[in-house]
Design a protein around this ligand. Structure first.
Ligand SMILES: [Zn+2]
Length: 167
């Protein structure tokens, strides 16, 4: 992920990317500068091996916290039905500033795609949930396929083309 973070830190947005960033800023108050700053302080961990609790990604007592039960993050990553390959701790949670990745997934992606994935997760660290990010980028906020946000950012901001960004 450090190569991906280098790419994010050096991002010079073209017009499509700037359009996405403007919509994200408008919807969430999160700027590219804020994303870059947070990306340098977020802590990365292996989601496949994490014994942290899934609910601790959310502030204690929130709906998402209460719905998450007492399963571990590794159980979520290892459940093929969940499709989860990255997750981030929200502000006010026990895991604030943490980002969990599936290393096998990350390593098979292009650096540009991973830069977009990092951007997506850092936006969660900064407090925007998937519904806000998806809505900002023109998707249905309720769409559970949140990969679409990553793919749009990969295409618009990091020039990724082909199979990786099809949705
Ligand atoms: Zn997300």
């Amino acid at each position: 992920m450090s190569n991906a973070n280098d790419k994010l830190q050096n991002l010079k947005p073209g017009s499509d990317c700037q359009g996405d960033l403007n919509m994200i800023l408008e919807a969430t108050g999160i700027s590219l500068f804020g994303i870059q700053l947070q990306a340098n302080s977020s802590v990365w961990a292996n989601g496949m091996r994490s014994t942290e609790l899934q609910r601790d990604l959310y502030p204690a007592g929130s709906d998402s916290y209460n719905r998450s039960g007492t399963g571990t993050i590794s159980a979520v990553f290892r459940n093929s039905m969940s499709g989860t390959r990255a997750e981030a701790g929200l502000p006010g949670s026990a895991l604030a500033g943490m980002i969990f990745f599936n290393p096998g997934y990350v390593n098979q992606n292009s650096t540009g795609f991973d830069a977009a994935l990092l951007m997506h997760e850092v936006i969660h660290n900064l407090g925007a949930i998937d519904a806000s990010l998806m809505g900002a980028l023109g998707f249905n906020p309720a769409d559970p396929i949140t990969d679409k946000a990553t793919k749009k950012l990969a295409k618009d901001c990091f020039g990724v083309t082909g199979r990786e960004v099809q949705y």
